[in-house]
Structures are given as C-alpha cells and as structure tokens.
Write a protein that binds this ligand. Sequence first.
Ligand SMILES: Nc1ncnc2c1ncn2[C@@H]1O[C@H](COP(=O)(O)OP(=O)(O)OP(=O)(O)O)[C@@H](O)[C@H]1O
Ligand SMILES: O=P(O)(O)O[C@H]1[C@H](OP(=O)(O)O)[C@@H](OP(=O)(O)O)[C@@H](O)[C@@H](O)[C@@H]1OP(=O)(O)O
Ligand SMILES: [Mg+2]
Ligand SMILES: [Mg+2]
Length: 321
Amino acid sequence: MRIKGKNFDGEGGEEEEQKLVVGYALTLKKKKSFLQPEFERLACKKGILFVAIDVNLPLSDQGPFDIILHKLLGKEWSDIVEDYRQTHPEVTVIDPPYAIQQLHNRQSMLQDVVDLNLSDFHGRVGVPKQMVIMKDPLSIPDEVAKAGLKLPLVAKPLVVDGSAKSHELFLACDWSSLSELEPPLVLQEFVNHDGILFKIYIVGDAIKVVRRFSLANVNKCRRAKVPGIFPFPRVSSAAASADDADLDPRIAELPPKPLLERLSKELRHRLGLRLFNIDMIREHGTRDIFYVIDINYFPGYGKMPDYEVIFTDFLLTFKKK
Ligand SMILES: Nc1ncnc2c1ncn2[C@@H]1O[C@H](COP(=O)(O)OP(=O)(O)OP(=O)(O)O)[C@@H](O)[C@H]1O
Ligand SMILES: O=P(O)(O)O[C@H]1[C@H](OP(=O)(O)O)[C@@H](OP(=O)(O)O)[C@@H](O)[C@@H](O)[C@@H]1OP(=O)(O)O
Ligand SMILES: [Mg+2]
Ligand SMILES: [Mg+2]
C-alpha cells in the first residue's frame, strides 16, 4: 500500500499522484545539514515524502518505503539494513552497507583509484604513496624507510568511523617523531598542492565539483626548522568555499570534465555506491597530475551548490512508472 497525496504539479494545477516515500536514518547533525527546509519543500512539491526511521523499532514494521537513505554508525545498524535489503528487494536501499564499509578504512577506500590506473586520460589520477602501520610505533621510522616513503608524511587514523578522533590527522616532518604516532594508521606522502582542494560530489549520475581551501605547501626549509608532529587544521571541511577567491588561474582551474566524469563513473561502479564525494588535489607545478586523498560516504550535501534540485532529481529516478 502506498500513500496517495495531492500534489501541486508546478504548472498551475493539482493532480493526484503516488508519493515516493523516502525513509531516512541519519544522525541529528546530518538531518539538520541535509534535510534543509527548502529541500524538503521542493521534494514535497515533486511528490517525495521524507519519513524518519525509528531505530528503536523493527525496520520491517515501519514504512512502507520506496527508498531508504541511511548513515549511522555501528555493525548492529549495518546488519539490520543488510537483513532488510535481503527481505525487502522491492525497496531501494541507498547504499548497501557492505559497499559503504570499503570507505571506513583509509586503505581500502583508495584501492579502486589505484586499480583504475587512470594514467593518461586528460591527465593522470593516482593516490599518494602510502602504507599502513598496524602496531609498534617504535618501528615506524624503519618501516617507512624500507617502504621508500618521503617526508613530510600525513598520518591518518586507519579506521574512519565518523568519530572526531578518526578525523585527527598529523603532519610528521622528521624521522624521529614518527615514533610518537599512534597506530593503527595510514602514512601518506604529503603532496604540495598550492592550498586548493577539489571536492567532487557524486549523487547517482550527477557530479558537482567545488574548490575548498586546503593546506599550504610545505617546503624543505620550513621542514628543517620545525621538527615534530603537528595536528592538521580541518581547513577543507569548513563550509567556506574557495570558488570565489581571487586565485592564480593555474591553481584554480578545475580538473578536466572528461577526467572527472570517467573517474566518478568508474568509482560509482567499482565501489557500488551512489552517494559519496572525492577529495582531489593537483600536484604543485603541474597542470594535470592529480591525487585522490579521501573518499567520504554521504558527505555534507548541504554544502553542495544546487543540492536541492540535484537530489530531488536523483530520488525521482527511482519512481516506479
Ligand atoms: N596526502 C596529502 N597531501 C596533502 N594534503 C593532504 C593529504 N592528505 C590530506 N591532506 C589535507 O588534509 C585534509 C584532511 O585530509 P582527509 O580528507 O584525508 O581527512 P578526513 O578526516 O577524511 O577529511 P573529511 O572531512 O573530508 O572526511 C585534506 O582535505 C587536505 O587539505
Ligand atoms: O558535516 P557534514 O554534513 O558537512 O558532512 C561531513 C561528514 O559529516 P557527517 O556525515 O557526520 O555529518 C563527514 O562524515 P564522517 O566521516 O564524520 O562520517 C565527512 O564525510 C565529511 O567529509 C563531510 O563534510 P564534507 O566533506 O562534505 O565537507
Ligand atoms: Mg577529506
Ligand atoms: Mg574523509
């Protein structure tokens, strides 16, 4: 049974239309940033109804839903969604928990970019040289030397579980201070990128790229003067966009569209995900050498220009004819 509602069709009339019911399971913070009033209004006009899922009640007792959107932590929730997916094939679950899982580990999240091997397609896209350290901080300097990684390095917690701690990054500028880091972590070569990062938002087939401010280049001289490990400021997750800043056009130039389209399409298929964003940087002094440094599931779409229209159109593609 589906809910029928009267909808304004946008062209001066009213028509009886089948509602598209979207159940959502999101944190309060995410609900606030994603389900903004303007988005809900537009979606409603197009026949989309958002319904909060109560995680304290059995999922099968709720609904009926056409679509489920979710971003909650923990294995218990993943198991509930996975089970529901198996028993309710008529409901589109965006996205499958096992696929989201790949992005919860900073090594597996970039593996598809490596496998993709985009080396000569309107530019080159790779990932910075990186290695995983599981334990024994004292062995880190040796392991890093053996792996041939160059300083400075970015140390990132291996697991991304949505906690503030999993976003606590450090810049390590000298060998001896590497032993102060706390495994398990990923050590990634810092790539100078002139302080600008490209955030590529994916919503199904739609792509939107924005510029964000990022970290300044680190030069040899500055490195020598400041040994130690330094907490990273979260510059690039600030809402402040760098799209309107007065930047050198060589730095501000967006990555080529065909490259973005190919990368997004490939990752969508390989990851099996429809909602994510890609953090990409351009190597200083180059025009077309790019690195993917991070991929996030169900990111802050509220900061994506035109997200209301893009998201509404995406949801409407699931409407049964
Ligand atoms: N290898 C790198 N070289 C240069 N800068 C980097 C590198 N890795 C990360 N950064 C900088 O640090 C920021 C945070 O890194 P990253 O995106 O991996 O962390 P995060 O905690 O997953 O962030 P998010 O809020 O996007 O999930 C990046 O946006 C970029 O500014
Ligand atoms: O806080 P926002 O809604 O903007 O979204 C941020 C999101 O937080 P939330 O999903 O917990 O809300 C983060 O997710 P977790 O890693 O913490 O799971 C991460 O994906 C950030 O990259 C997002 O910012 P963006 O990269 O889009 O700027
Ligand atoms: Mg990031
Ligand atoms: Mg991230």
